[in-house]
Structures are given as structure tokens and as C-alpha cells.
Design a protein around this ligand. Structure first.
Ligand code: MN3
Length: 201
């Protein structure tokens, strides 16, 4: 079975006013959809890969036949990253993490405020297109950023939270103001989902 474009887990307008409706429509229906289409086109060339999970493909890119490796890296990454992104955001969300996740963030970054600063630094410091992530790395937490649609699972890390800093994620509303997008984005972070992923180990 080929990979599917999963629907958004909420309405296009659900993240207003922080993420505008038109951006969500184009981002999901055009950008995310294109990654899925292009991933499937690549996999079709190698039927032996059919049935492998996207996680399995991205965790071992060197095992992908060379003629489609870049396509799987880019479009498989784009598919994975956007499915993830829609779920680590939610309407009426934001605030601060709780429980064990809050404790882990506090002990790794000394405070939630400092974590946000580190995360925003990774996101604004990513030159060009990419992502910033909170990941599980070994037994601890780390903030990292990746270029293009690269995913930390290809480097043995487990994403817990991620933000898309491609211009298509914010340009219609924020134009070149990536930092302002990020400031507003905290209002839609779905900490319950991040905590669920954190406790899943
Ligand atoms: Mn995107």
C-alpha cells in the first residue's frame, strides 16, 4: 500500500489567529500532498520497499537504493515531518508542559524559559529551509535543527516537538518575520502530545 496524505486532525482555521487558514490549506493540501505523491513515485521504482514503514525507511537511509535515496530523504522526510507537525499543534493549546516532561525540560535546560530561548535560537539560526526540534537523544533531551526535510530519526534521535521554518510555513502571514512566527507558534504547541511521545520512550 502506498503512503497516504492523512487529513489534518482539526479544521484549517483551527490555529487562527496564530497560523492563518490559507497557510494551513496550502501547506497541507499542496506542500504536504506533494511530498506524499513524490515519495510514492520513488517507492514505486523499488517494489521491494513497499510495505516498509516510513520510520524504517528514514532510520536507515543508507539501505535505500541510491537512485531514490535523495527522493526518499526529501519527500519521505517531508511526509513524516508534516504528519508529525500537525499533531504537535492543536487549537486552544500552548502554555507549558507538565509532569515528567516539564521536569526533564527543567533539568536539561535549567528552565522552561531557557528551553524556549534555545529552541528559538535553533529555529531562527537555521539558514534557509529546515526544522528545529526537541528530541530524545540517548537518555536525555536536546534541541537540534535540520536542513530541508531531514529528520532527526535518521541520526538516531527521537523527535518530540518540531517546528517547520520553511518560508511556506509562515510567509503569507508573517512575511520575512520568522522570529514573530515562532513567538506566536508557542500558542499552538500541543504539550499533551509532546508528553505522550516523551513517555512512549
Ligand atoms: Mn512545510
Amino acid at each position: 500500500m502506498s503512503f497516504q496524505l492523512n487529513p489534518l486532525p482539526y479544521a484549517y482555521e483551527a490555529l487562527e489567529p496564530y497560523i492563518d487558514t490559507l497557510t494551513m490549506q496550502i501547506h497541507h493540501d499542496k506542500h504536504h500532498a506533494a511530498y506524499v505523491t513524490n515519495l510514492n513515485a520513488a517507492i514505486e521504482k523499488h517494489p521491494e520497499l513497499a510495505g516498509k514503514s516510513l520510520d524504517a525507511l528514514l532510520m536507515d537511509l543508507n539501505a535505500i537504493p541510491e537512485d531514490i535515496r535523495t527522493a526518499v530523504r526529501n519527500h519521505g522526510g517531508g511526509t513524516w515531518n508534516h504528519d508529525f507537525f500537525w499533531h504537535v499543534m492543536a487549537p486552544k493549546a500552548g502554555g507549558e508542559p507538565r509532569g515528567d516532561l516539564a521536569k526533564a525540560i527543567g533539568s536539561t535546560f535549567s528552565s522552561f524559559a531557557n528551553f524556549k530561548t534555545e529552541f528559538e535560537k535553533a529555529a531562527t539560526g537555521r539558514f534557509g529551509s529546515g526544522w528545529a526540534w526537541l528530541v530524545r537523544k540517548g537518555s536525555g533531551l536536546a534541541v537540534v535543527s535540520t536542513a530541508n526535510q531531514d529528520n532527526p530519526i535518521s541520526e538516531g534521535m527521537t523527535p518530540l516537538l518540531g517546528v517547520d521554518v520553511w518560508e511556506h510555513a509562515y510567509y503569507l502571514k508573517y512575511q520575512n518575520r520568522r522570529a514573530e512566527y515562532l513567538t506566536n507558534w508557542w500558542n499552538v504547541v500541543n504539550w499533551a502530545e509532546v508528553a505522550r511521545r516523551f513517555s512512549a520512550k
